[in-house]
Design a protein around this ligand. Structure first.
Ligand SMILES: [Zn+2]
Length: 242
């Protein structure tokens, strides 16, 4: 991945060509750096979560990409949000898209197979004016439940920029009071009411997570039909009535 980074945004064909020409993708100098980096990680005993933590502190936070970061506290009770790990990331452009295209409805969906630890990743997306799905924010947590979903949606809500073109939409970071971590706040997000419907799957925690926080929840059509189909099968409704 790291070696392909300079080709970020290149066409599929260019990337394929580069992959075929391994000498070009991985020069001796690049290889030396990668080995040195891995040796250092091995020496520091740094696993992927430590690497991610360093990335959050040194790269993502200074650039304002982190909306919310919370280190899990296993001593907290299960019904306390502070018990859970949470990293929500976004981008100025994504947040503007959220403001412009996510007025009426945004989509939420969790996936468990995006990393080897099967840590849930919640994607929050909007549909842009070209009818394409575009990201608004991603959240990595150690458990998908109504508390982690709520933290993610409120982090986004506190950072949707206002509608004023002359505003610089300044933001700042504030340390969390009851947990270890920090959150990003864009004060002008208070100026306009961002209160879309959330399109969710049938997963109950998502509905609980956003209750009172936004306009309301609507179920994704695909999931409604899938659930209905499953129920029809379970109830053994004859085929001709389905
Ligand atoms: Zn603003």
């Amino acid at each position: 991945m790291k070696m392909l980074a300079p080709l970020n945004g290149a066409s599929e064909e260019t990337i394929r060509e580069a992959l075929n020409n391994k000498q070009r993708v991985c020069s001796n100098e690049k290889l030396r750096k990668l080995i040195a980096r891995d040796d250092k990680r091995f020496k520091d005993n740094a696993g992927p979560w430590t690497i991610l933590h360093n990335m959050v502190e040194k790269i993502l936070k200074p650039n304002g990409f982190v909306l919310y970061y919370q280190i899990a506290n296993p001593h907290e009770p299960e019904d306390s949000p502070a018990r859970y790990y949470q990293l929500t990331v976004s981008d100025e452009f994504w947040l503007r898209n959220g403001r412009d295209f996510g007025k009426i409805c945004i989509g939420l969906d969790g996936k468990y197979d995006l990393n080897i630890d099967r840590a849930p990743v919640l994607s929050i997306v909007v549909e842009n004016n070209a009818s394409c799905g575009t990201p608004l924010a991603f959240t990595l947590s150690n458990k998908e439940n109504h508390m982690t979903i709520r933290m993610a949606v409120s982090a986004v809500k506190q950072n949707i920029p206002c509608n004023n073109n002359n505003c610089e939409h300044n933001w700042y970071y504030e340390d969390l009071h009851d947990a270890k971590g920090f959150k990003r706040i864009c004060p002008c997000s208070q100026n306009n009411l961002w209160n879309p419907y959330m399109m969710i799957d049938k997963h109950r925690p998502s509905k609980l997570g956003i209750e009172g926080l936004t306009c309301g929840a609507i179920l994704c059509w695909f999931h409604i039909m899938q659930t209905l189909g499953n129920h029809l099968k379970e109830w053994q409704i004859p085929q001709q009535f389905r």
